[in-house]
Design a protein around this ligand. Sequence first.
Ligand SMILES: [Zn+2]
Length: 183
Amino acid sequence: MAVNLAGDRLPCGHRVDQLWACLGSGAPDEHVRACEYCQAALAMIRPLRTATSELAAQPVRVPADLPRRVMAVIGPRIPPAPRIAVPVAAPDRLAISVRAAAMVLRAAGDSVEGVRARSCRLTPAAVGPNASAGLKLTISVRYGLPALSAARAVRRAVRAAARAQLGLTLGPIDIEVVDIHAA
Ligand SMILES: [Zn+2]
Protein backbone atom coordinates (compact mmCIF):
# COMPACT_ATOMS: atom_id res chain seq x y z
CA MET A 1 0.00 0.00 0.00
CA ALA A 2 1.24 3.47 -0.86
CA VAL A 3 0.65 6.31 1.54
CA ASN A 4 0.98 9.99 0.86
CA LEU A 5 4.05 11.18 2.74
CA ALA A 6 3.60 14.75 1.58
CA GLY A 7 0.65 15.24 3.92
CA ASP A 8 1.19 16.12 7.52
CA ARG A 9 -0.59 13.07 8.87
CA LEU A 10 -1.29 9.55 7.75
CA PRO A 11 -4.92 8.42 7.46
CA CYS A 12 -4.52 6.80 10.91
CA GLY A 13 -3.60 10.14 12.48
CA HIS A 14 0.11 9.39 13.01
CA ARG A 15 2.54 12.03 11.84
CA VAL A 16 5.35 11.19 9.45
CA ASP A 17 7.92 12.99 11.62
CA GLN A 18 6.90 10.77 14.57
CA LEU A 19 7.62 7.73 12.44
CA TRP A 20 10.94 9.21 11.41
CA ALA A 21 11.85 9.69 15.06
CA CYS A 22 10.73 6.18 15.86
CA LEU A 23 13.09 4.82 13.19
CA GLY A 24 15.90 6.63 15.00
CA SER A 25 15.01 5.24 18.40
CA GLY A 26 14.27 1.80 16.93
CA ALA A 27 11.24 1.35 19.17
CA PRO A 28 7.92 1.50 17.28
CA ASP A 29 4.94 1.59 19.62
CA GLU A 30 2.05 -0.83 19.57
CA HIS A 31 -0.02 1.23 17.12
CA VAL A 32 2.81 1.58 14.65
CA ARG A 33 3.52 -2.15 14.78
CA ALA A 34 -0.12 -2.96 14.05
CA CYS A 35 -1.07 -0.10 11.69
CA GLU A 36 -0.95 -0.75 7.98
CA TYR A 37 -0.56 2.94 7.16
CA CYS A 38 2.31 3.36 9.54
CA GLN A 39 3.96 0.19 8.30
CA ALA A 40 3.59 1.33 4.68
CA ALA A 41 5.02 4.75 5.53
CA LEU A 42 7.90 3.16 7.46
CA ALA A 43 8.75 0.98 4.47
CA MET A 44 8.94 4.10 2.34
CA ILE A 45 11.05 6.25 4.65
CA ARG A 46 13.35 3.54 6.00
CA PRO A 47 15.75 3.59 2.98
CA LEU A 48 15.94 7.37 3.29
CA ARG A 49 16.70 7.13 7.00
CA THR A 50 19.44 4.59 6.32
CA ALA A 51 20.96 6.76 3.61
CA THR A 52 20.99 9.91 5.75
CA SER A 53 22.47 8.03 8.71
CA GLU A 54 25.27 6.74 6.51
CA LEU A 55 25.91 10.22 5.18
CA ALA A 56 25.94 11.70 8.66
CA ALA A 57 28.40 9.07 9.84
CA GLN A 58 30.92 9.91 7.16
CA PRO A 59 33.83 11.97 8.41
CA VAL A 60 33.91 15.48 7.00
CA ARG A 61 37.15 16.11 5.17
CA VAL A 62 38.08 19.75 4.92
CA PRO A 63 39.99 20.33 1.67
CA ALA A 64 43.54 21.43 2.40
CA ASP A 65 43.17 24.46 0.16
CA LEU A 66 39.89 25.63 1.70
CA PRO A 67 41.38 28.73 3.41
CA ARG A 68 43.00 29.78 0.14
CA ARG A 69 39.74 29.31 -1.75
CA VAL A 70 37.76 31.24 0.86
CA MET A 71 40.28 34.09 0.80
CA ALA A 72 40.21 34.11 -3.01
CA VAL A 73 36.49 34.84 -2.77
CA ILE A 74 36.41 37.32 0.11
CA GLY A 75 39.88 38.84 -0.30
CA PRO A 76 38.96 41.25 -3.13
CA ARG A 77 35.98 42.44 -1.06
CA ILE A 78 38.08 43.52 1.93
CA PRO A 79 38.97 47.18 1.54
CA PRO A 80 42.73 47.79 1.62
CA ALA A 81 44.18 49.26 4.82
CA PRO A 82 44.46 53.04 4.58
CA ARG A 83 47.91 54.08 3.40
CA ILE A 84 49.93 57.23 3.15
CA ALA A 85 52.02 57.86 0.09
CA VAL A 86 55.59 58.63 1.11
CA PRO A 87 57.23 61.12 -1.24
CA VAL A 88 60.00 59.40 -3.19
CA ALA A 89 61.63 60.20 -6.51
CA ALA A 90 59.53 59.13 -9.49
CA PRO A 91 58.98 56.54 -10.87
CA ASP A 92 59.34 54.74 -7.54
CA ARG A 93 56.42 54.58 -5.19
CA LEU A 94 56.31 53.98 -1.47
CA ALA A 95 53.33 53.80 0.82
CA ILE A 96 53.09 53.10 4.51
CA SER A 97 49.97 51.92 6.27
CA VAL A 98 48.40 54.52 8.50
CA ARG A 99 48.55 52.07 11.38
CA ALA A 100 52.28 51.43 11.02
CA ALA A 101 53.00 55.14 10.70
CA ALA A 102 50.94 55.89 13.79
CA MET A 103 52.94 53.30 15.75
CA VAL A 104 56.21 55.02 14.82
CA LEU A 105 54.85 58.43 15.79
CA ARG A 106 53.34 57.21 19.03
CA ALA A 107 56.71 55.76 20.02
CA ALA A 108 58.32 59.11 19.26
CA GLY A 109 55.84 60.89 21.52
CA ASP A 110 56.43 58.27 24.18
CA SER A 111 60.18 58.90 24.12
CA VAL A 112 59.74 62.39 25.55
CA GLU A 113 60.82 62.58 29.17
CA GLY A 114 57.81 62.62 31.50
CA VAL A 115 55.31 61.79 28.76
CA ARG A 116 53.44 58.57 28.08
CA ALA A 117 51.74 58.42 24.73
CA ARG A 118 48.28 56.91 24.79
CA SER A 119 46.37 56.90 21.51
CA CYS A 120 47.75 58.10 18.21
CA ARG A 121 45.63 58.64 15.15
CA LEU A 122 46.99 59.73 11.84
CA THR A 123 44.55 61.40 9.50
CA PRO A 124 45.76 60.91 5.94
CA ALA A 125 45.53 63.97 3.78
CA ALA A 126 42.34 63.94 1.79
CA VAL A 127 43.86 64.63 -1.59
CA GLY A 128 47.18 64.87 -3.34
CA PRO A 129 50.49 63.16 -2.69
CA ASN A 130 51.99 66.38 -1.32
CA ALA A 131 49.21 67.20 1.13
CA SER A 132 50.36 66.53 4.65
CA ALA A 133 48.76 64.14 7.11
CA GLY A 134 47.54 65.42 10.43
CA LEU A 135 48.00 63.74 13.78
CA LYS A 136 45.91 63.42 16.91
CA LEU A 137 47.82 62.25 19.95
CA THR A 138 46.62 61.75 23.50
CA ILE A 139 49.21 61.72 26.25
CA SER A 140 49.63 61.38 29.97
CA VAL A 141 51.99 63.89 31.60
CA ARG A 142 54.04 63.29 34.72
CA TYR A 143 52.77 65.22 37.74
CA GLY A 144 54.61 68.51 38.03
CA LEU A 145 55.65 68.72 34.39
CA PRO A 146 54.16 71.77 32.65
CA ALA A 147 51.71 70.52 30.04
CA LEU A 148 52.60 73.23 27.57
CA SER A 149 56.30 72.43 27.42
CA ALA A 150 55.53 68.69 27.38
CA ALA A 151 53.25 69.18 24.40
CA ARG A 152 55.86 71.29 22.65
CA ALA A 153 58.50 68.58 23.16
CA VAL A 154 56.12 65.91 21.92
CA ARG A 155 55.37 67.93 18.78
CA ARG A 156 59.09 68.35 18.09
CA ALA A 157 59.81 64.64 18.63
CA VAL A 158 56.90 63.51 16.50
CA ARG A 159 57.71 65.87 13.64
CA ALA A 160 61.35 64.79 13.71
CA ALA A 161 60.43 61.09 13.66
CA ALA A 162 57.94 61.63 10.84
CA ARG A 163 60.63 63.29 8.76
CA ALA A 164 63.52 61.00 9.63
CA GLN A 165 61.76 57.65 9.75
CA LEU A 166 58.86 58.08 7.38
CA GLY A 167 59.92 60.92 5.10
CA LEU A 168 56.69 62.70 5.96
CA THR A 169 56.06 66.32 6.77
CA LEU A 170 53.17 66.34 9.18
CA GLY A 171 50.36 68.84 9.07
CA PRO A 172 48.63 69.93 12.26
CA ILE A 173 49.39 67.92 15.39
CA ASP A 174 46.59 67.93 17.96
CA ILE A 175 47.71 66.93 21.40
CA GLU A 176 45.33 66.21 24.23
CA VAL A 177 46.53 65.63 27.78
CA VAL A 178 44.16 62.96 29.05
CA ASP A 179 45.93 61.90 32.22
CA ILE A 180 48.52 62.84 34.82
CA HIS A 181 50.74 60.13 36.23
CA ALA A 182 53.04 59.98 39.25
CA ALA A 183 56.78 60.00 38.68
ZN1 LIG B 1 -0.77 4.33 11.94
